[in-house]
Structures are given as C-alpha cells and as structure tokens.
Design a protein around this ligand. Structure first.
Ligand code: NOJ
Length: 468
C-alpha cells in the first residue's frame, strides 16, 4: 500500500478562512488518486485548541469547526472510497487536550503525582519537566508532550474502554483504520520510577537532546503488549492499524504482534550515507511489518533532509522497499521546508506549509489569508508539474505505477562504495548516496532511472529501478 499523508490544515481551504478543511480535501482527491496512492491518512482534525497542531484533542468524536462538520467527514470518507482510496484517521491515545471534558469529569483517567510536586524526574518531549500543576485542583499531572496535553492513565480500565468506543465511532462511519499516535508512551512504569541517567545519545533523535536521561521508565513499559492488544480488540481484526512507535526496530515485537505495521524511524533519521541507510533498512526489515516513511509533519522535508540532489533517489528507495510506504503531502512536488510561522513551539511549522496547487492567488490553497506562508517548490506548483514528464510529480507517479510490478522477497546486495542496492524478485534497486560516480550491480533493463544514470554508472544522487 502507498498511503498519502494529509495535513488537513495545509491541504486545501474551501471556505476562505485560510485553514485547509475536509471539503477542500474532497476537491483534491483526484490529485491523490492520480498519484496512484491506495489510501489517505489524515492528521487530526478534531476539535482542538491547536497547541500541538491538533494532537491535543478536545473531543475525539467530532470535527473542529475550522475543518468542517461530522457530515463533511462522512462525505470525505464516501468520496475517498469512490476514488478507490482507503481512509485512515489519526487517533491519539496517550493524551488529550487539557480542554477535553474528560480532564475535569474523569480526573482518575489521568496520571497524577501523589505529592505536591513532580512525582519523578521524567522530562517532556518538547522540553521541561513532564509534570505540571493543575491550577484548578492544585495537583500535579503527567504530560509526555506539551503541558496542555495531560497523559491518560491506560492502567485504569475505563480508559481503554473509552478509547475503544472512539475507534468504533469512526469505524462505524466507514474509516478503514488508524494511524495511532505515540503508542510507546501509553504504558509507563507502574511505580512511576525515575528514569536512569543516559549512558549515551538517545537511540532516536529527541526534540530536546539535553535531558541526560534514558527514557526507560517513562515509556514502553514491559507490559505494553496488553494495551496494544486492547486496541486491536476494540478495532477488530479488519481495521488497518499503523503504530507510531518512536523506538528502534528491535523493540517493536509487542507492537507488531497486534498491529499491521509500525513506522521505521531508523530510516527516517538515518544520515544519508550508504552504510547508515543499509543498516537502518536491515534492522527494519526484520519485523516484516515496517511502514516506510522519509518525512512527515514532524521532521524535515526531503530536500532539507537528504539534500536536493538526492530527493529522487530517496523517493525511489521509499517506494521500492518491501511493505507499506507513506508519502507526505507535497513530497510528490519536491516541497522543501518553508518559513516558520510561530505557531508550533517546537518549530515544526516549516514542515507544514500549505500545498502549492496552481497559479491562482495563494497558489490555489485559499482565497483568504493562509495560516502559514506558502512556498513554491523549485519544480513549480502541482499544475505546472502535471503535464511535465520530467517533473517530480511524474517521477512519483511512475514509481508508484512500477511498484505494482515488484514482487518477491528482499535481499540487500553487495555494492560499490556509497551505493545501496537490493533485489526484489527479478527487480534490482540501486542508489548512489556518495560523492563520486559508481557502477550499479549488474542489471539488464532500466525501468526508471534518474538522468545520467545508466547500467554502467550511477552519478552522485543517481538511482535506478531495473530488472536483472
Ligand atoms: C507525534 C505526532 O506526529 C506529533 O505531531 C505530536 O506532537 C506528538 N506525537 C504528540 O502527540
């Protein structure tokens, strides 16, 4: 499956308020179906104060008025299905917004310190202590992310029950599955013991690297599998469940036991060097359930992450590895990080700038004032790329079409220095991440290759999909 990630606030505005919305998404489904995607994943559009871009949910069973109505959600699900696209919604089980009524109505659904101050030394992902004082009750609550996002207590059986109701609410409305947020955070050490001091850099980059702690007790409790099983139980066997689990692949067993796939963050973060990329792929393919992703709304866009020269090779890699591939909106146009708008305190606005559709005002994104400035990628808007066979958009379309022909196993191949190469059945993939031209492994017919790549040589940044 190829899943296209939509960040609803930045996709298409239909009512001129400067924020994208669900009706806008319906207007642009042709673009996604035309790309060849199989499914869409929508980042949260639920009522939210938007302190964390919607990952601070104030009501899991409604649509924020900025983004539409429940009727619009139903219409979007129906329209996507008519386009042959499955629909994944984003659910956030770790925490709610502090404005969610549960926080006042069911305080025992949250995690509280039993003292007048933080219970332990845990740090919040975006900096500062993971405990804040509730000014209403005077008690201290846990938050793995922003203080406006109190953590739910998954050790209280009412929480998985309430969350199961949320999943069924959307499944009853026709969604096909969920991307599930921050799953490694839902069960912590039951005794809330301190995290031990770090003995090296964190296994994956953290927003705040200076915490000096290993997050051993603050996430991924040994019994995490029980909570994941509860989620699967509530969603039923037919729902597609993709976990956002921010751990190395060798820690994913209790998650993939119950989920269809988990994102491979090793590859997303791997330095663009052949040995690092090979190691990340080798580690992630062992689970057999890797969901490949090279950019999303949290991390640098492809040109900023791998350098403009390597963007096509990165896309070819993403779309030829075995398993689900996630394409973030705008990557198919070669979008780079844009300007910061001062909305997200962790500085992620630049990965979330609106889609550049065409030559109309505000690149066709909105007739009003866009919530973030729009940056036009070097290859032009979607309309400019639409009929250009050399465009990034054409590259993605061809890749996704050719991907359908690839079958069979997966084997990393020995390759020249700087080259990553692997075999999938009768297909061979090779990309040159280094700075000098290199020979690819022996191949017969090139099915798709970057300019100047040939069966004899791959230039720096070059990539090919071939048969042998
Ligand atoms: C991961 C989401 O992708 C990110 O945007 C969010 O800030 C955190 N989880 C917390 O929900």
């Amino acid at each position: 499956m190829v899943v296209y990630q939509i960040y609803p606030r930045s996709f298409q505005d239909s009512d001129g308020d400067g924020d994208g919305d669900l009706r806008g998404i319906v207007e642009r489904l042709d673009h996604i179906a035309g790309l060849g995607a199989d499914a869409i994943w929508l980042s949260p559009f639920y009522p939210s104060p938007l302190v964390d871009g919607g990952y601070d949910v104030a009501d899991y069973r409604d649509v924020d008025p900025r983004f539409g109505t429940l009727q619009d959600a139903a219409a979007l699900i129906a329209a996507a299905h008519e386009h042959g696209l499955k629909v994944l919604f984003d659910v956030v089980p770790c925490h709610t917004s502090i404005e969610h009524p549960w926080f006042r109505e069911h305080p025992d659904w949250y995690v509280w310190s039993d003292r007048d101050g933080p219970q332990n030394n845990w740090r919040a992902t975006f900096g500062g202590p993971a405990w804040s004082r509730d000014p209403v009750s005077g008690r201290w609550y846990l938050h793995s992310f922003y203080p406006e996002q109190p953590d739910l207590n998954w050790r209280n059986p009412e929480v998985p029950r309430a969350f199961g109701d949320v999943l069924r609410f959307w499944l009853d409305r026709g969604v096909d599955g969920f991307r599930i947020d921050a799953l490694d955070r839902i069960l912590k050490d039951p005794e809330l013991r301190d995290d031990p001091p770090a003995d090296g850099p964190p296994p994956l980059p953290e927003a705040y690297m200076d915490a000096g702690l290993q997050s051993r007790n603050s996430r991924n409790a040994p019994d995490i599998g029980t909570a994941i099983a509860q989620i699967r139980g509530a969603a039923g066997p037919g729902a597609l469940l993709v976990g956002e689990v921010y751990l190395l692949s060798d820690r994913l067993a209790p998650y993939v036991e119950h989920l269809d796939a988990c994102f491979s963050f090793e590859l997303l973060h791997a330095p663009w060097e052949a040995d690092k990329v090979r190691a990340a792929i080798a580690a992630a393919t062992t689970s057999g359930k890797a969901a490949w992703v090279l950019s999303n709304h949290d991390f640098a866009r492809l040109p900023d992450r791998v350098g403009p020269r390597n963007v096509r090779a990165a896309a070819l890699l993403l779309l030829t590895l075995p398993g689900m591939a996630f394409v973030y909106q705008g990557d198919e146009l070669g979008m780079a990080d844009g300007p910061d708008g001062g909305h997200d305190r962790a500085g992620r606005d630049r990965h979330r700038t609106p889609m550049p559709w065409d030559g109309a005002a505000n690149a066709g994104f909105t007739s009003g004032t866009p919530w973030l400035d729009i940056a036009i990628p070097p290859g032009g808007t979607a309309a400019q790329q639409e009929h250009d066979p050399g465009s990034m958009l054409a590259w993605y379309r061809e890749l996704i079409a050719l991907r359908r022909q690839i079958e069979g196993g997966f084997e990393l191949l020995d390759a020249a220095p700087g080259v990553v190469a692997f075999r999938r059945g009768k297909h061979v993939v090779a990309l040159n991440l280094g700075d000098s031209p290199q020979p690819p492994p022996p191949v017969r017919d090139l099915l798709l290759a970057t300019l100047e790549s040939s069966a004899a040589a791959l230039p720096p940044g070059g990539a090919m999909l071939a048969t042998d």
